[in-house]
Ligand binder design. Structure first.
Ligand SMILES: Cc1cc2nc3c(=O)[nH]c(=O)nc-3n(C[C@H](O)[C@H](O)[C@H](O)COP(=O)(O)OP(=O)(O)OC[C@H]3O[C@@H](n4cnc5c(N)ncnc54)[C@H](O)[C@@H]3O)c2cc1C
Ligand code: FES
Length: 248
């Protein structure tokens, strides 16, 4: 397993509970969907590293965007520019996105790995549109970047924004035959609602469930997929949405 102790070269707060950490990490060569495990602190408390997606990787500059939800992410949010952090990985299978007209559907912090997918599409000249939904208009992040990269974008918020609703309500209204494939990342409830729409194109989900070891050993991340257990950390995190059994 590769581990690197790296200095934070930039820290930015995007909202009151979402921040970004940037590192100089030459030679990483990640693929969309891959993630790193961040050691929250030196020592053994908290014991488990926290999985965070690669949100951007350009000219050896790695960006990870983190939402504070609990103790580990709160402790990470206290790190500042110049502090050192240990990163393990990259983890996740090597998934090569198809060069097909794509629709990206992001919910909340799920925008982070889709931002890196958008970078990948720009680099490989793949056309794509993006739908990005959040709770309130203050929760949008990386918006300017995404607008520059996508052909068309639809932003939607449950409250306080001119387009009110969710990504699911938007997907219901658009003509999906304009696309050959879709990719989505967001809260589990959003993935379940999208699955129920039974979209007429293949939809790949970036699964961000609980992880333990992050490297295939503990089975803590097992998910029922097409009738058998798969480990999100090594068989995913990108899996075809229709094959996931969210009930098990
Ligand atoms: C492959 C992968 C990629 C991820 N990428 C990102 C990312 O780019 N940015 C980001 O902010 N987060 C990402 N996450 C989620 C992130 O790992 C968790 O939010 C984090 O580990 C929580 O740690 P904590 O100690 O702060 O929270 P804990 O104290 O462990 O939990 C606090 C609360 O958050 C909930 N929670 C914990 N982990 C998750 C999870 N994985 N999904 C949903 N709810 C959770 C718990 O139910 C609890 O209510 C990713 C997860 C995976 C598996
Ligand atoms: S997190 Fe341990 S097997 Fe996936």
């Amino acid at each position: 397993m590769i581990s690197r102790r790296l200095k934070i070269i930039r820290k930015k707060w995007y909202t009151d509970n979402i921040f970004g950490l940037e590192f100089n990490y030459p030679g990483l060569r990640p693929l969309p969907g891959q993630f790193l495990q961040i050691q929250v602190d030196e020592g053994v408390d908290p014991f488990l590293n926290r999985p965070i997606s690669i949100a951007s990787y350009k000219r050896a500059r790695l960006l990870m965007v983190i939402k504070v939800v609990g103790r580990g992410t709160k402790m990470l949010s206290a790190k500042e520019r110049g502090d050192q952090v240990t990163l393990f990985g990259p983890f996740g299978r090597k998934f090569r996105p198809k060069k097909k007209k794509s629709l990206l559907i992001a919910g909340g912090i799920g925008v982070a790995p889709l931002h890196f997918l958008a970078e990948y599409f720009c680099k490989h000249s793949v056309n794509f549109d993006m739908i990005y939904g959040v709770r309130t208009n203050r929760d949008f992040i990386l918006r300017k970047d995404l607008e520059q990269m996508a052909d068309n974008t639809i932003w939607v918020a449950e409250k306080g924004y001119r387009r009110a609703g969710t990504v699911v309500s938007v997907v219901k209204k658009i003509d999906l035959t304009d696309y050959e494939i879709a990719y989505t990342c967001g809260p589990k409830e959003m993935l379940i609602a999208l699955q129920k729409l039974d979209m007429p194109i293949p939809v790949y989900a970036f699964c961000e469930d609980f992880l333990g070891c992050g490297c295939g050993l503990c089975l803590g991340c097992a998910i029922m997929y097409r009738g058998e257990y798969k480990r999100i950390c090594v068989d995913g995190p990108i899996l075809e949405l229709g094959g996931i059994d969210f009930e098990v």
